[in-house]
Design a binder for this molecule. Structure first.
Ligand code: DCP
Length: 538
C-alpha cells in the first residue's frame, strides 16, 4: 500500500478535564476554568485550562494562586482525592464514553491516552468515495482547515481538477468523516474536540492542534514542507526527549525542515539502520506505523511524588504509601478484569531516592501472580526496602510508583467468583495500613527477582561506600546485567551525565501518560526512563 493510501484521523478532546468539570456542574459553562491538583503550596498545580481562561493568560504550569492573579474570576476545580492522592475516575469514565462513540465509526481505533485516539478510516473512506463524494463541500466542512491552502480552494480542486491527486480526494473525504465524528461525539456526550486528518499518525497528531478548539485540520502530503518549515524537532513524536536532543546536537539542526537535507546514508553513519530509515521517512512526512487496535490501556499505573521535605524517611511511611498505591492498583485491576477479561502478568515498581544530594531513579520489574492488595503491597515494599533502605535504617524516598502490564486474556473464568471473593476480603483489610506484623511472608506469591542485587543499599555500609560500591559494580557489570535490566541505551543528560536506562518500562510499553496525571510536575522522566546516574554514583 502506498504511504498516501491510508487516511488516519486523530481525535483529541479540547481542555478535557475542564470540559468534564463543566458537564458535571452546568453553572460553570462559559466561565474561565482550570483544574488543579490541590496542595497547600500556592494553590496547587494546574493540569488543565479551558479556552476562556487561556485567553486571560492562564497556562497549565501555573499554580492556582498565580491563575487567580491573572484572572480573578477563574473557577478552580479540584481533582478529587482518594487515599491521599488524585482520583481520576470521572475523567477516565468520560474518556471511555468518547471511545464508545468513536468505535461506531471504525473498529480500527487506537486509544492513545485518556482523551486522544487514532482512527484508521481508509476503508470507510473507500466505501464512501462513490456514493458520498458530493457531500464533501464547504457547507458540511465549516470547521475544517487545510495546511498550505484555503479550504474552499482545496475542496474546489478535489472536485474539479482532474490532475489533483486521488490521495487529496481521500483526505477530503476523511475530513467530512472527521466532521461527522466530532458532531457525533458532541451530540452523544456534550464534549467538544479537535481532529487532524492525514495519511499517517505522525502528521495527524502534528496538525490536530493547529486550530484548536473545536476545529479540524487536513494536511495534504505536498504541504509537509510548509508544516515542517518552522516546526521544532521536539514536536514530533519520539523526538521530544533525549533522542531528539541528541539528534539536534549531532546534526546541528533545530527544526524538522532541516532534517530533509540528510540522505539515508548520512543518517546511517550516525544512527542504527532502523532509526536512520525512520528519520529519513519522517523528514518527508512518511510514517508507516499502523493504527493498532487498542481500546484499553496497555498498563495501569499510579504514583506519588514526595518532593523536598515530604520525602519519605520512616519505614512506616514507606509502607503506608506502598499500601495506598497497591490498594488503588488492586481496585483498578479488579475493575479491569471485570470489564476486559484480561490479567496483568507483570508489575513495575518505580522509585526515586536521594543519594548524596542527588535524586536517583530506578525501577524493578516483577512477575505478577495475584491481584491481592496486601500481597502486591508487600512485594512492592520488599523491593523498595531492598534498594532504598539506608545504613541508618531510614529512607529518603522522593517518588514511588506501581504499574502493571503485560496483559493476557483471562482464561480462568471459572475462578472469577473466587477471585472477587478475594478482592472483597482484601477490601475489608484496606482500612488498616499494612504493617510488617500483619503480613506473613509466606503469603508472598511472587518472589522479588534479585535484579542488580549487588546494588542493594546495604544497611551496614555508609552512604559514600554504597555509592562507591554501586559505581564500581556498575562499571564492571553493566554489560552483563541480566535480561530484566539491560543497557538499553545510554545517552547524555541535559547536564552531560551519562545515564544507563533500564529496559523494563520500555518492555512493558509503559503508558507514561497514565503515570503523569497524578502530579502537576511531570515525573515522566522518572517513570519512563529509570536511571542510575553516574554522577551520583561517583
Ligand atoms: N493532564 C494531566 N497532567 C498533565 C497533562 C494533562 O493531568 N501534565 C490531563 C488534563 C488534560 C488531559 O490530561 O485535560 C488531556 O491533556 P491534553 O494535553 O490533551 O490537554 P487538554 O485536553 O487539557 O487541552 P488541549 O485542548 O490543549 O488538548
Amino acid at each position: 500500500m502506498a504511504h498516501t493510501e491510508r487516511v488516519v484521523i486523530l481525535v483529541d478532546m479540547d481542555c478535557f478535564y475542564c470540559q468534564v468539570e463543566e458537564k458535571l456542574d452546568l453553572s460553570l459553562e462559559g466561565k474561565p476554568i482550570a483544574v488543579v491538583q490541590y496542595n497547600a503550596w500556592r494553590g496547587g498545580g494546574i493540569i488543565a485550562v479551558n479556552y476562556p481562561a487561556r485567553e486571560k493568560g492562564v497556562t497549565r504550569h501555573m499554580r492556582g494562586d498565580e491563575a487567580k492573579q491573572k484572572c480573578p474570576e477563574i473557577v478552580l476545580a479540584r481533582v478529587p482525592e482518594v487515599r491521599g492522592k488524585a482520583d481520576l475516575t470521572k475523567y477516565r469514565e468520560a474518556g471511555k464514553r468518547v471511545a464508545e462513540v468513536l468505535q461506531t465509526f471504525t473498529p480500527l481505533l487506537e486509544r492513545a491516552s485518556v482523551d486522544e485516539a487514532y482512527l484508521d478510516v481508509t476503508e470507510v473512506v473507500r466505501k464512501r468515495m462513490n456514493q458520498d463524494f458530493e457531500k464533501v463541500c464547504i457547507d458540511n466542512m465549516q470547521n475544517t482547515y487545510v495546511v498550505g491552502c484555503d479550504t474552499k480552494d482545496f475542496l474546489y480542486n478535489v472536485h474539479n481538477d482532474k490532475e489533483y491527486s486521488e490521495s487529496n480526494c481521500r483526505l477530503a473525504m476523511g475530513g467530512l468523516i472527521a466532521e461527522e465524528i466530532r458532531a457525533n461525539i458532541y451530540n452523544k456526550t456534550g464534549y467538544k474536540c479537535s481532529a487532524g486528518i492525514a495519511h499517517n499518525k505522525i502528521l495527524a497528531k502534528l496538525v490536530c492542534g493547529l486550530h484548536k478548539p473545536n476545529k479540524q485540520t487536513i494536511i495534504p502530503q505536498e504541504s509537509v514542507p510548509e508544516l515542517y518549515k518552522h516546526l521544532p524537532l521536539r514536536k514530533v513524536k519520539s523526538l521530544g526527549g533525549k533522542f531528539g536532543d541528541a539528534l539536534s546536537e549531532q546534526l546541528k539542526i533545530t527544526n524538522m525542515g532541516e532534517l530533509i537535507r540528510f540522505s539515508e546514508r548520512e543518517l546511517t553513519k550516525r544512527f542504527d539502520g532502523k532509526t536512520a530509515n525512520w528519520l529519513y521517512n519522517v523528514a518527508r512526512g512518511i510514517d508507516l506505523e499502523p493504527v493498532t487496535v487498542r481500546l484499553i490501556s496497555k498498563s495501569i499505573g499510579c504514583c506519588k511524588k514526595f518532593p523536598g521535605r515530604n520525602a519519605l524517611i520512616t519505614s512506616e511511611s514507606v509502607e503506608h504509601w506502598t499500601s495506598e498505591l497497591a490498594s488503588e492498583i488492586s481496585e483498578r485491576l479488579s475493575k479491569d478484569l471485570e470489564e476486559n477479561n484480561r490479567r496483568a502478568k507483570q508489575m513495575v515498581v518505580s522509585f526515586a531516592q536521594e543519594i548524596n544530594k542527588g535524586d536517583v531513579s530506578s525501577s524493578r520489574t516483577l512477575p505478577l501472580n495475584t491481584y491481592d492488595q496486601i500481597k502486591i503491597a508487600q512485594c512492592a515494599f520488599d523491593t523498595i526496602k531492598k534498594f532504598c533502605l539506608r545504613a541508618d535504617g531510614t529512607y529518603k524516598i522522593k517518588f514511588l510508583g506501581i504499574s502493571v502490564g503485560n496483559f493476557e486474556e483471562n482464561k480462568n473464568t471459572s475462578n472469577i467468583t473466587a477471585f472477587f471473593k478475594t478482592i472483597r476480603d482484601s477490601k475489608n483489610l484496606e482500612k488498616s495500613p499494612v504493617s510488617t506484623k500483619t503480613i506473613n511472608k509466606e503469603n508472598m506469591s511472587f518472589p522479588t527477582i534479585p535484579i542488580l542485587g549487588e546494588f542493594q543499599l546495604s544497611p551496614e555500609s555508609v552512604e559514600n561506600k554504597v555509592c562507591t560500591d554501586l559505581n564500581s559494580t556498575l562499571s564492571k557489570s553493566v554489560l552483563s546485567l541480566n535480561e530484566i535490566i539491560t543497557e538499553e541505551k545510554s545517552s547524555d543528560d541535559d547536564d552531560g551525565n551519562v545515564s544507563i536506562y533500564s529496559a523494563t518500562t520500555e518492555e512493558l510499553n509503559e503508558d507514561t501518560k497514565s503515570l503523569i496525571y497524578y502530579e502537576d510536575i511531570y515525573p515522566e522522566s522518572i517513570a519512563s526512563q529509570p536511571v542510575f546516574k553516574k554522577n551520583i554514583l561517583t
